[in-house]
Design a protein around this ligand. Structure first.
Ligand code: PLP
Length: 348
C-alpha cells in the first residue's frame, strides 16, 4: 500500500531529522524559573522578528489566544471578533468560560474581512447597560485567506482611534506574509513584521505550516506579556524543560519560513487539478488551504467521498466543507494522487 497522503491539516507534520537533532542538542533549564536558555532565545527571536518588546512561549495556539484575550480584557469586558475566527468558534468559548469576557461576533464579508461600518457599530457606548468593548481580534490567514493589508491597516487604525486594543490570531502569520510578499514582491519576514506591527499583540503557531510538533508564541509589550505570563500559569501552561520544544520552533523559524511558498504552490496545483470536475466548486487558494464545495446531487455524498479518499490513502476533512491542507510532508506526487482519487470518485 502506498504511503498515506495526509491533507487534513498542516498540523500533522513529523519533525524533520534536522529538527530532531536541534531538539536533542538544545540546552535546557526550568522555564518556570525563567532559566531555560532555549525558551528565552526563542522568545527573543520571535519578538525581535515581529518587532515586539517581549514574547511568551505557550503549548498551543488556543492557550495563546486565551492568554491574549484575558490579558487585554477583564470580567465584563467584550471583544469584537469574526464568526469564523478560531478564538471565537473553535476554542470552546474559553475567554467567556475562564475570564467572563463576552464575545461580540460579527459576520465576515466574502473576503474574510469584518466590514468597518459593522465593527464601528458594534462598539458599545460607555453606559451601564453594556459590556465594555475593549478589543478587536482579527485572524490572518482566515481559513487560508489573506486579509488585504490595506484592510488590516484600516481596521486596526479604527480600533485604535476608538480606544480598543488589537489582537491578531496569526496562527498562520507566515503563510499570510508569504502570500503578501508574493503579491507585493517583498520579503516574507518583513511582511510578517508589517502585518504584526498593526497590532498590540500577535499569536503565532509553530506547529502548523512551520512544521514544529508543539508550540506557539504570544508577542506584545513587556507589560502585556507579564500579564499573559500570569494567565499562562493559571491555565497550567508553565512548562519546565520546554527548551526541547522551543528548539524545534526556533529551527522552524530558521529553516521552514522560506519553504511555505512550496506549500502554496502545491495548494494551487491541487486546486487546478480539481477544477473542472463536475459537481465540485473549488475555491482559489491564497495560501496552503483548499476548500471544495460539493454541489447538486453530489452534496449528499460528502461522507461517501471522504471514505473513498481514505480507502485510497488520502486523508481530508469534511466537517463543514471539504478541506485539503498542504504542508512539509506532502509533495507533488501526493497531491497528484489526491487529484486522481477525486477524479476517480466523480467518474465512477
Ligand atoms: C487560526 C487558528 N488559531 C488558533 C488555533 C489553535 O491552535 P492549537 O490547535 O495549537 O490550539 C488554530 C488551530 O488549528 C487555528 O487554525
Amino acid at each position: 500500500m502506498a504511503t498515506v497522503v495526509d491533507l487534513r491539516s498542516d498540523t500533522v507534520t513529523q519533525p524533520t531529522p534536522a529538527m530532531r537533532a536541534a531538539m536533542a542538542a538544545a540546552p535546557l533549564g526550568d522555564d518556570v524559573f525563567g532559566s531555560d536558555p532555549s525558551v528565552n532565545a526563542l522568545q527573543d527571536k520571535i519578538a525581535g522578528l515581529l518587532g515586539f518588546e517581549a514574547a511568551l512561549f505557550v503549548p498551543t495556539g488556543t492557550q495563546s489566544n486565551l492568554c491574549a484575550i484575558l490579558s487585554h480584557c477583564g470580567r465584563g469586558d467584550e471583544y469584537i471578533v469574526g464568526q469564523q475566527q478560531h478564538c471565537y468558534r473553535w476554542e470552546g468559548g474559553g475567554a467567556a468560560v475562564f475570564g467572563s469576557v463576552q464575545p461580540q461576533p460579527l459576520d465576515h464579508a466574502a473576503d474574510g474581512t469584518l466590514p468597518l461600518a459593522q465593527v464601528e457599530a458594534a462598539i458599545k457606548p460607555d453606559d451601564a447597560h453594556f459590556a465594555r468593548t475593549r478589543l478587536l481580534a482579527l485572524e490572518n490567514t482566515l481559513g487560508g485567506k489573506l486579509l488585504p493589508f490595506d484592510y488590516v491597516q484600516a481596521a486596526t487604525a479604527l480600533a485604535k482611534a476608538k480606544g480598543l486594543q488589537r489582537h491578531l490570531d496569526g496562527a498562520r502569520l507566515f503563510n499570510a506574509a508569504t502570500a503578501q510578499a508574493a503579491h507585493a514582491g517583498g520579503d516574507v519576514r518583513a511582511e510578517a513584521r508589517r502585518i504584526a506591527q498593526c497590532f498590540d499583540s500577535v499569536s503565532v503557531c509553530f506547529s502548523k505550516g512551520l512544521g514544529a510538533p508543539i508550540g506557539s508564541a504570544l508577542c506584545g509589550s513587556k507589560e502585556f506579556i507579564a500579564r499573559a505570563h500570569r494567565i499562562r500559569k493559571m491555565a497550567g501552561g508553565g512548562m519546565r524543560q520546554a527548551g526541547l520544544l522551543a528548539a524545534a520552533a526556533s529551527h522552524a523559524l530558521d529553516h521552514h519560513v522560506d519553504r511555505l511558498a512550496d506549500d502554496h504552490a502545491l495548494a494551487q496545483r491541487l486546486a487546478t487539478g480539481l477544477a473542472g470536475i463536475d459537481g465540485l466548486v473549488v475555491e482559489a487558494p491564497h495560501t496552503n488551504i483548499v476548500f471544495v464545495d460539493l454541489t447538486g446531487a453530489t452534496q449528499a455524498r460528502s461522507a461517501e467521498l471522504i471514505a473513498h479518499l481514505n480507502a485510497q490513502g488520502i486523508l481530508a476533512t469534511g466537517l463543514y466543507r471539504l478541506r485539503f491542507v498542504t504542508h512539509l510532508d506532502v509533495d507533488e506526487a501526493g497531491v497528484d494522487r489526491a487529484i486522481a482519487a477525486m477524479r476517480g470518485f466523480f467518474s465512477a
